[in-house]
Design a protein around this ligand. Structure first.
Ligand code: VL7
Length: 135
């Protein structure tokens, strides 16, 4: 039985989002707006199938994937790049590798209690986010 990520999760902290966005080449004006946001993750999981929505007042991002199945990801509204993306289980952690123009790009999710953790990597930058489960 894989871990259960279902739910609505509200951001509580966002460390080095600026560095991550700079590594992705996001322009200054967009970064200024983006770093003020407190996005929400809405996750629907059925076994190995995930629908992850990252919602904010500025932009939304939508990802659908099955663990273990590589797919073509287009980061629409973010850096607008194309990646070959693969998410796998590492025990109860979700480990994503986004192969493309940027080196060392990917993310890792895990849960501890009522908190959802996310580490986003690109090049030499790591952004650490924490979300708390909504009631
Ligand atoms: C998705 C943002 C910065 C552009 C706007 C900021 C809008 C809200 O890949 C991600 O999540 C995974 C794991 O949960 C599932 O797709 C992170 C947000 C990364 C990167 C780019 C700044 C402009 C933020 C959408």
């Amino acid at each position: 039985m894989p871990a259960d990520y279902n739910g609505t999760w509200n951001m509580v902290s966002n460390d080095n989002f600026e560095g991550y966005m700079q590594a992705l080449g996001i322009d200054f004006a967009t970064r200024k707006i983006a770093k003020m946001l407190k996005p929400q993750k809405v996750i629907e999981q059925k076994g190995d199938f995930f629908h992850v929505q990252t919602l904010s007042s500025f932009r939304n991002y939508n990802a659908e994937f099955t663990v273990g199945v590589e797919f073509n990801e287009e980061t629409k509204g973010l850096d607008n790049r194309k990646c070959k993306t693969l998410v796998t289980w590492d025990n109860d952690r979700l480990v994503c590798v986004q192969k493309g123009e940027k080196n060392n790009r990917g993310w890792i999710h895990w849960i501890e209690g009522d908190q959802l953790f996310l580490e986003l990597s690109c090049e030499d930058q790591v952004c650490k986010q924490v979300y708390k489960k909504a009631d």
